[in-house]
Design a protein around this ligand. Structure first.
Ligand code: PGA
Length: 238
């Protein structure tokens, strides 16, 4: 595991975007999975700027969406699809991207389709992950299955209460759909990013505490190509 600490969120965003672009330029044709959430938005802004400057072609790789809130679709503010479309996917050829649809009630089929998409592209080459306040990764909540594949999950109470920040209001959302952490772990390269003082305690627990299913992020410490990228605030307790 390598830990890289940037002075502030802007610098972190630039560093992470350069890491992603470096991967894409070196490994065209492979599959990447980029987390939604607020933390990566600056890195996505930088990536789009890099594409506009001709420094990366974002349509030269394939994309697998990490997760989605059940009950929300691409037209809903704060859905993973809406956030990712706005921040990144609208700058990428549509056929390159597969995402979950939180409005499709056949979650089993969605899981199988995403698993087939991942398999048919030779597995994940690169994944960018955030970390939740409870240590979740995607919607791999505390106690998440370590089986390979994709899952419909009951959301943890912390995830439900934090979710307001995406929707601007409280929504009665209880479930999510996600790529399982074991499949993410099988990616050749994993970048885990965090920003801000409020993430400092969970970053400390994830990096310095024991590996435990109660904090899914700890599982990634065993990955031999894990880069943890933090700003100073998120790193302030380690
Ligand atoms: P955030 O979400 O980037 O909005 O903090 C991270 C997460 O919950 O995985």
């Amino acid at each position: 595991m390598t830990v890289e600490i940037s002075n502030n969120y802007n610098e972190l965003s630039i560093q992470v975007s350069e890491k992603i672009a470096g991967y894409i330029n070196a490994m065209p044709g492979t599959l990447v999975c980029l987390a939604a959430g607020n933390t990566p938005l600056g890195a996505f802004r930088e990536l789009v700027a890099m594409q506009e400057r001709g420094e990366v072609d974002l349509s030269s790789v394939w994309y697998a969406g990490l997760d989605e809130w059940i009950g929300l679709g691409p037209g809903d503010v704060g859905s993973c699809a809406q956030v990712m479309n706005e921040a990144l996917y609208k700058h990428i050829s549509k056929e390159r991207i597969r995402i979950f649809d939180g409005l499709d009630s056949d979650e089993e089929k969605q899981c199988r389709d995403m698993e087939n998409w991942i398999k048919s592209h030779g597995g994940l080459g690169f994944t960018l992950l955030g970390i939740g306040m409870n240590g979740h990764i995607g919607f791999n909540e505390p106690g998440a299955s370590d089986a390979e594949g994709c899952f419909l999950v009951d959301l943890d109470d912390i995830t439900k209460s934090v979710s307001k920040k995406y929707f601007g209001k409280e929504l009665p959302i209880a479930k999510g759909i996600t790529i399982g952490w074991r499949t993410l772990f099988n990616a050749g390269n994993v970048v885990l990013m965090a920003s801000g003082k409020e993430k400092a305690p969970i970053v400390k627990a994830a990096l310095q505490g024991p590996v435990t299913p109660d904090i899914p992020a700890t599982q990634f410490k065993k990955h031999n190509k894990l880069t943890v990228m933090l700003d100073k605030d998120a790193a302030s307790l380690i």
